[in-house]
Design a protein around this ligand. Structure first.
Ligand SMILES: N[C@@H](CCC(=O)N[C@@H](CS)C(=O)NCC(=O)O)C(=O)O
Length: 211
């Protein structure tokens, strides 16, 4: 699969390699609905832990999500896939021109929250308990606490499902599942933010995985 030279496509189908629970994959599923591209997506399950899995063939880093176009071009990571979706529209919706830099920063914050949460979860689930290193977990949790506190001060408009709001909503949904932080108790104003986002963007509820 080629990873370079992405060509503009017509209405052909695209394969999304992900899992039902991947928070980065959820960003893509929500964005596809927001952009009216959902019908073109065929979702295939990837497995980062298995040698020879289609995920590793599509992305040498073995990370999901990966989008594979009808002409067999592999596009990753999730932020690049979002940028790619925008190129298929007449007017960008995920990184709107009028708010592009602000959206990129909120998107980076959402991704960073997911990454820190993922590192905590991997430390707990993948590393044998006797090797688990609590200061590292605390270091990652610090990112979650500071990041969420910054969102209490200033968050993207929850009524506008752009890439920044989508990434932050997926981070909060991921913490609901894996409970790296008790964000609903510690940051109650973000509960209101997520409710408002969910009302404005039905794709959020549609993409909730049954864990
Ligand atoms: N920066 C990447 C991160 C993707 C990522 O870390 N995905 C996780 C699953 S949610 C994964 O594939 N982990 C397996 C691994 O890191 O080997 C993106 O935005 O797509």
């Amino acid at each position: 699969m080629k990873a370079e030279g992405v060509s503009q496509m017509s209405d052909e189908a695209m394969m999304l390699i992900s899992t039902p629970t991947s928070p980065f994959g959820r960003k893509i599923k929500i964005a596809a609905q927001v952009c009216g591209l959902k019908a073109r997506l065929r979702i295939e399950k990837g497995d980062p832990w298995t040698e020879g899995d289609k995920l590793r063939r599509a992305n040498p880093l073995g990370k999901m999500p990966v989008l594979v176009t009808s002409d067999d071009q592999a596009i990753y990571d999730s932020g690049v896939i979002l940028e790619f979706f925008d190129t298929l529209l007449d007017t960008p919706r995920l990184f709107p021109t009028a708010h592009r830099v602000e959206t990129l920063v909120f998107h980076a914050l959402g991704d960073g929250l997911i990454e820190a949460g993922l590192l905590i979860t991997y430390e707990r689930m993948r590393r044998p308990a006797e090797f688990s290193y609590e200061p590292w977990i605390d270091h990652q949790r610090g990112k979650l606490v500071r990041g969420l506190a910054s969102l209490v001060e200033r968050a993207p408009d929850p009524a506008r499902p752009d890439a920044g709001a989508i990434a932050i909503a997926c981070a909060l949904g991921y913490f609901d599942w894996r409970k790296q932080v008790d964000w609903r108790s510690d940051f109650p104003s973000l509960v209101e933010w997520l409710d408002a986002f969910s009302n404005a963007c039905p794709a959020y509820a549609d993409t909730a995985a049954s864990h």
